[in-house]
Design a protein around this ligand. Structure first.
Ligand code: COA
Length: 332
């Protein structure tokens, strides 16, 4: 019997309607459009303004779009994993709520969190479930409502992040499509440079933590930038060398979208033309766990069966890695 690999067979996406432009940010903090565009590549980002709605709202919409496009019976889904750094709430998983709302009544569901690497690690996790033969239809959703943990008086962070979600269906392939290889790493020494300090078990929420804005993302941008550039480039290069591939064998690079300069540095290292690099940072900013599935959804129509795609990400933790995937279908 042929080896089972984990192929992506459908995608869906959702971004909120509200567009937060650089111009609007100029009215909120001491910044300007030119600085933001030249330093990050971001022109606008989406913000979920709906009162009382969290990450699940976007995750459900992305999953529903996928279900509709694929004409999938949600009862056939075995497992729903939500990759997110901004779950709806603690203790009750966002995935359990999402699975019920989309009608995946025969599935079990749970969340995984590893900041901007959440979706990449999720790809590793769900592909192992598929390769083992244990489950046949696994929905991996990546989404974040970053606006819920951003301080809109801090110009160093509020210009970068946005809200959004994407959903991807993994199914078994016996023709060799799907995940081919992965290289994933973490370094806990990095957590002082990128984190949300309060609200967890180390520093539970209190009047004091709220007053001191400890529930917002704190990032030492320059340090994170340095690590992101070297690690994303390293792992992308590693994916080529250890699979005996040249740049001609790579159809697409799908890099985490944190800063256009990091994206370009990664592409440069593997000498890949920017026309082969998926980019949506200009319109969404950094959507954390939403980034990779949103990229897949935005580029789906351009992807061809057999295309080799290198996914690469870097995020808080620190956490980073790359995955090589062979695309399984022509969408047109
Ligand atoms: N508008 C205008 N000026 C700003 C600004 C803003 N929004 N934010 C910072 N500045 C200023 C700084 O105060 C600093 O001024 P100074 O030189 O007078 O002190 C100057 O711009 C340079 O700041 P610096 O932090 O060195 O800028 P940078 O080029 O590193 O860009 C980031 C800042 C955050 C965009 C960049 O560091 C970055 O992208 N970091 C990595 C992000 C990332 O990968 N995160 C991972 C999450 S997954």
């Amino acid at each position: 019997m042929n080896k089972i690999t984990a192929a992506i067979t459908a995608v869906g996406k959702y971004v909120p309607e509200y567009v937060l432009t650089n111009k609007e940010l100029e009215t909120m903090v001491d910044t300007n459009d030119e600085w933001i565009v030249t330093r990050t590549g971001i022109k606008e980002r989406r913000i979920l303004k709906k009162e009382g709605e969290g990450t699940s709202y976007m995750a459900i919409k992305a999953a529903e779009q996928l279900i509709e496009k694929k004409q999938l019976d949600p009862k056939e889904i075995d497992l729903v994993v939500v990759a997110t750094a901004t779950p709806d709430m603690f203790a009750a998983s966002t995935a359990a709520y999402v699975a019920s709302k989309i009608g995946a009544s025969n599935a079990f569901a749970f969340d995984i969190e590893s900041a901007c690497s959440s979706f990449l690690y999720g790809m590793s996790l769900v592909s192992s479930y598929i390769e083992s033969g244990k489950y046949k239809k696994v929905l991996l959703i990546g989404g974040d409502k970053m606006s819920s943990i951003i301080d809109y008086t801090d110009r160093a962070t509020c210009i970068i992040f946005g809200d959004g979600a994407g959903a991807v269906l993994f199914e078994p392939s016996t023709d060799g499509y799907g995940v081919q290889d992965e290289f994933l790493r973490t370094d806990g020494a990095g957590r002082e440079f990128l984190h949300v300090e309060a609200g967890g078990s180390v520093m539970p929420a209190s009047e004091e933590t709220v007053k001191n804005k400890k529930h917002f993302v704190h990032q030492e941008g320059r340090t994170v930038f340095k690590h992101a550039v070297s690690n994303m480039a390293d792992v992308s290069e590693k994916m080529l060398t250890r699979n005996n591939l040249t740049k001609e064998d790579i159809n697409w690079l799908a890099p985490h979208q944190a800063n256009m300069r990091i994206i370009e540095a990664t592409a440069n290292r593997i000498d890949l033309d920017m026309s082969k690099v998926m980019v949506n940072i200009h319109k969404y900013g950094n959507t954390t766990s939403g980034t990779l599935p949103l990229l897949i959804a935005d580029y789906e129509e351009q992807l061809k069966k057999g295309d080799n795609i290198i996914f690469a990400a870097f995020g808080g933790g620190f956490s980073w890695g790359s995955i090589l995937l062979k695309w399984a279908y022509d969408s047109k």
